[in-house]
Design a protein around this ligand. Structure first.
Ligand code: HEM
Length: 143
């Protein structure tokens, strides 16, 4: 009796790590619905950004299709997807621009609005923002 209990305990013990690793194998990229879902958010985001009274001006000469494609690649890669972001690093991309903390926060608000509009669940919105938030160090040029 004791032996069989031990065997069961051993099996449960062995099974748990296997189950746990299967559960964590789903990336944020997968949870977001893959590249096309990310692209849909970014297309929406780029057009909202251009129309936003707080930051729209900064994007007046921007090629929206190109920016959306780069953002899609960037988020795809950052969330564990099979992409390779080939744009500039964040410091170089924003060098020479006047970007304040208020601009950064406005952009984050717009991104939340786009994720909301495209049906990204709140918990996943938070996960995406947590990946992007540390970039403020390289993006904000006016301290
Ligand atoms: C976490 C925040 C941000 C991320 C992840 C981000 C990401 C990017 C990326 C991937 C590019 C393209 C780089 C390339 O051309 O190779 C870019 C360009 C740009 N970003 Fe940001 N950005 C952020 C915040 C901001 C903010 C706050 C502003 C201003 C309000 C801004 C304004 C611009 C502009 C004007 C461009 C140039 C677009 C062009 O080529 O015309 N970005 N950004």
């Amino acid at each position: 009796m004791k032996k069989s209990l031990m065997l069961i305990a051993l099996c449960v013990g062995l099974a748990q790590p296997a189950l746990a690793s299967t559960a964590t194998a789903t990336t944020l990229y997968d949870k977001l619905g893959g590249k096309e879902s990310i692209r849909a958010v970014m297309d929406d985001f780029v057009s909202r950004v251009a129309a936003d009274p707080r930051i729209g001006d900064q994007f007046r000469n921007t090629n929206a299709i190109r920016l959306s494609a780069l953002l899609t690649e960037q988020v795809c890669e950052a969330t564990g997807g099979p992409c390779k972001y080939a744009g500039q690093d964040m410091k170089s991309a924003h060098a020479g621009m006047t970007i304040t903390k208020a601009h950064f926060n406005a952009l984050v608000e717009v991104l939340i609005a786009s994720m909301q509009a495209k049906g990204v669940p709140f918990a996943l919105q938070t996960d995406v923002l947590a990946l992007l938030a540390p970039m403020h160090r390289d993006v904000i040029t006016v301290k």
